[in-house]
Design a binder for this molecule. Structure first.
Ligand code: NAP
Ligand code: ZN
Ligand code: ZN
Length: 347
């Protein structure tokens, strides 16, 4: 066992505070990583504040983890001490169910082990995330990171990157496709970069007029202000695919009207409350409303390799871990450009 330093939530209503806990000893298949950086995902805020229900405390959040390997177990093949490595939202799964066999570990039918606010597959041992100095993870769930990219800016790829890459691939985004991205935060800015790299014509749909210039720099060719009803008239019936990353409740029906016939809208944002969908929003145009959850481990590695090849990283604001509570407040005001990343050296 090694003692890890961390920041943890102890209740839904109090700020994160310094915390210490034991990481398990390195088993035969395990990789131990000294964490250098961890991104802040809006899912961290939802779970810290128990907005989805069932949160367990103390909770060390964080599932956009990168660092250096400091120890490996006897049977580890892919990693050696000193290598760069990453851990995302998944730390284990049953590995034998139909979902796991299809490399969709996020949909493991026995329930995957998520990086925090979850348990190991024994269903007893709590998992703790990346706002911490070290993590020990089975090598099957550890990702290889290219040294070509800025390490701190790679961290958000482990969740924001894969969560947006996976639906773009599933819906076979190709050159010339019209893709709308809704919400310009951590997920949204990665969706713009990745869709543009796949050759799509990207439109940013945002409540923040002040983000228009950035959206264009990130690769969007068009911008629509969603607080203006004219935008929904102007862009009606246009998009092959809409990627919705909004973290708060909003009217899906308005956005469904922007899809072409047989177009699809994919929900990535997980607002705490449900929103009604009118059958007519889908029926008139045989449109699809879908959702997508992160991505499997093989696809996460594919995404990291794609980003290394195309020189894609996240646009980040690197902050000391002591500023985590302030970062949460700024994210709640849509004031993030475009991912906060914690520098764990400051722990
Ligand atoms: P974020 O960085 O806070 O960005 C969310 C963006 O949504 C904001 O910047 C804002 O963009 C827009 N927004 C926020 N409140 C809004 C409102 N009331 N009305 C309209 N637009 C609003 O969050 P994130 O880290 O990208 O995460 C986004 C959501 O995805 C969260 O719910 C998170 O839990 C979820 N998530 C899901 C998965 C998955 O696997 N499906 C994975 C990771 C995260 P504008 O300023 O441009 O309007
Ligand atoms: Zn996340
Ligand atoms: Zn499984």
């Amino acid at each position: 066992m090694t003692l890890a330093k961390a920041y943890a939530a102890t209740a839904a209503t109090s700020p994160l505070v310094p915390f210490q806990f034991e990481r398990r000893s390195v088993g035969a298949h395990d990789v131990q990583i000294e964490i250098a950086y961890c991104g802040i995902c809006h899912s961290d805020i939802h779970q810290v504040r128990n907005e989805w229900g069932g949160s367990k405390y103390p909770m060390v959040p964080g599932h956009e983890i990168v660092g250096h390997v400091t120890a490996v177990g006897a049977h580890v093949k892919k990693f050696k001490v000193g290598d760069l490595a990453g851990v995302g939202c998944l730390v284990d799964s049953c590995r034998t169910c139909p979902s796991c066999e299809r490399q969709l570990e996020q949909f493991c039918q026995k329930g995957a082990a998520f990086s925090y606010n979850s348990t190991e597959m024994d269903r007893v041992t709590p998992t703790q995330g990346g706002y911490s100095s070290a993590i020990v993870t089975d090598e099957a769930f550890v990702l290889s990171i290219s040294p070509k990219l800025d390490l701190a800016a790679v961290a958000p790829l482990l969740c924001a990157g894969i969560t947006t890459y996976s639906p773009l691939r599933h819906w076979k985004t190709k050159a010339g496709d019209k893709v709308g991205v809704v919400g310009l935060g951590g997920l949204g800015h990665m969706a713009v970069k990745l869709a543009a790299a796949m050759g799509a014509e990207v439109t940013m749909l945002s409540t923040s007029k002040s983000k228009e210039a950035d959206a264009r720099k990130l690769g969007a060719q068009h911008f629509g202000l969603t607080s203006d009803d004219e935008t929904f008239k102007r862009l009606a019936g246009q998009f092959d695919l809409i990627i919705d990353t909004i973290s708060a409740p909003h009217d899906y029906n308005k956005y469904l009207g922007l899809l072409r016939i047989e177009g699809a809208m994919v929900l990535l944002g997980v607002p705490p409350e449900p929103t009604p969908v009118a059958a007519g929003s889908l029926i008139f145009g045989r449109r699809t409303l879908s959702g997508s959850l992160i991505g499997g481990i093989a696809e996460t590695q594919e995404m990291l390799d794609f980003c290394a090849e195309h020189g894609i990283v996240s646009d980040i604001e690197l902050i000391p871990v002591q500023q985590v509570n302030e970062a949460y407040e700024r994210m709640m005001k849509n004031d993030v450009r475009y991912r906060f990343v914690l520098d764990l050296k400051t722990l």
